[in-house]
Write a protein that binds this ligand. Structure first.
Ligand SMILES: *Cc1c(COP(=O)(O)O)cnc(C)c1O
Length: 367
């Protein structure tokens, strides 16, 4: 079965091999050396002065940021499942928050976010996705961050980049925390979350420090010394180091340009089949298609062509399918998937198969 869901993504064989070595103790110079090297590579990937590694899935890092970076009141941007989650975390902790809600295909408006902050003195942290994976939507997070810093320089801008880090170069100039997770663009098994931090965020954390396991002050203190507060996810970190070194050979820029090319070519091919790209501002991480028969198409791909694409969630559960572009996806895998979609469309009587999808995809990929 071809795993083409926007997370988890397949783990390449050489990385699986790197993680198959006998267990290392985490309180040893050997592991600290691995940890130190991983930190250097992560800082380069994030383009930020500090990066923390946490043993939890991405949501754990979202929760840690709500706890440690918002002191008074949060503004959360909800244009899908993951934006909604920031609000749910605030609720779980009884933290005051305001939510700006958008349709799942609609990016946040810079002006509306700025006004929401302007009109509420108490807001000291904003939480937003770079790519809202629920609809494959790219928010204008850099522009929002830039405008917010102009009107409230001390505000913390927390960007969930779980489907953006490793997909594209996120401009972190005005971002204080950038969140990532192991199982999306970084092509590792689930279980490791990462948070890139700005100097301002480091200051807020060092002056605060909230929670116990997710207390970033405790983690920061230890990780600066190349160790962790609690047992490190040693195997995943060994895999992460191997992955970053692998990507580093050709450079992260190459990964970004390959991902963009694949994403653009796929979207063109899908449109050539008269399929509708769902979000108004699509992200490069995935192609999300809105179609009344999405569930039917997805089922044919799974049962007949051995392709596992993702569907939608909630109100678009049966009307959305999402194709992953994150990580090192072989060209033939995307080509196979697009071809299968075209054949599925013939099967449900929507068009006559003539190879359009692959023709467009390959001409875009090799032009
Ligand atoms: C996958 C994802 C998450 C959640 O990560 P978990 O690892 O499942 O906790 C959060 N935000 C975005 C944008 C995601 O794509």
């Amino acid at each position: 079965m071809l795993l083409l869901t926007p997370g988890p993504t397949p783990v390449p064989e050489d990385i699986r091999m790197a993680m198959s070595k006998p267990t290392l103790h985490h309180r040893t110079p050997e592991f600290e050396e691995i940890f130190a090297q991983t930190r250097v590579l992560l800082k380069e990937l994030f383009g930020m002065p500090e990066v923390l590694m946490l043993s939890c899935s991405g949501t754990g890092a979202m929760e840690a940021c709500v706890l440690n970076l918002c002191r008074a009141k949060a503004l959360t941007i909800n244009a899908g499942k993951f934006g909604e989650r920031f609000g749910k975390i605030c609720e779980a902790y009884g933290k005051e928050y305001t939510e700006l809600k958008y349709d799942w295909d609609t990016p946040a408006s810079v002006e509306e976010v700025v006004n929401a902050v302007k009109n509420d003195e108490k807001i000291d942290a904003v939480f937003i996705q770079v790519c809202e994976s629920a609809g494959g939507l790219r928010h204008p997070v850099e522009a929002i961050a830039k405008e917010l810093k102009k009107i409230r320089p001390n505000i913390m801008i927390v960007a969930d980049g779980i489907t953006a880090v490793g997909v594209e170069k996120v401009d972190t100039t005005n971002i204080d925390a950038l969140i990532s997770g192991s199982q999306k663009a970084l092509m590792l098994p689930p279980g490791l979350a990462l948070i890139g931090l700005s100097f301002e965020a480091i200051k807020v954390i060092e002056e605060g420090g909230v929670g116990y396991y997710l207390n970033l002050k405790t983690e920061l203190k230890q990780q600066k010394k190349n160790t962790t507060a609690y047992t490190a996810a040693t195997t995943l970190i060994i895999g992460l180091k191997a992955m970053l070194e692998k990507l580093h050979v050709e450079g992260f820029e190459k990964l970004y340009s390959d991902t963009k090319k694949r994403s653009d070519a796929t979207k063109k091919a899908l449109e050539a089949l008269d399929l509708k790209i769902f979000p108004k501002t699509p992200a490069n991480a995935m192609s999300a298609v809105y179609d009344e028969e999405a569930a039917k198409i997805r089922k044919i791909l799974k049962t007949k062509y051995s392709v596992n694409m993702a569907g939608g969630q909630d109100h678009v559960k049966t009307t959305l399918f999402r194709i992953n572009h994150m990580g090192l996806v072989a060209d033939y895998e995307t080509a196979w998937t697009l071809n299968a979609i075209e054949m599925a469309l013939e099967e449900i009587g929507r068009r006559t198969y003539d190879g359009t999808a692959n023709k467009i995809y390959t001409s875009e990929m090799y032009k």
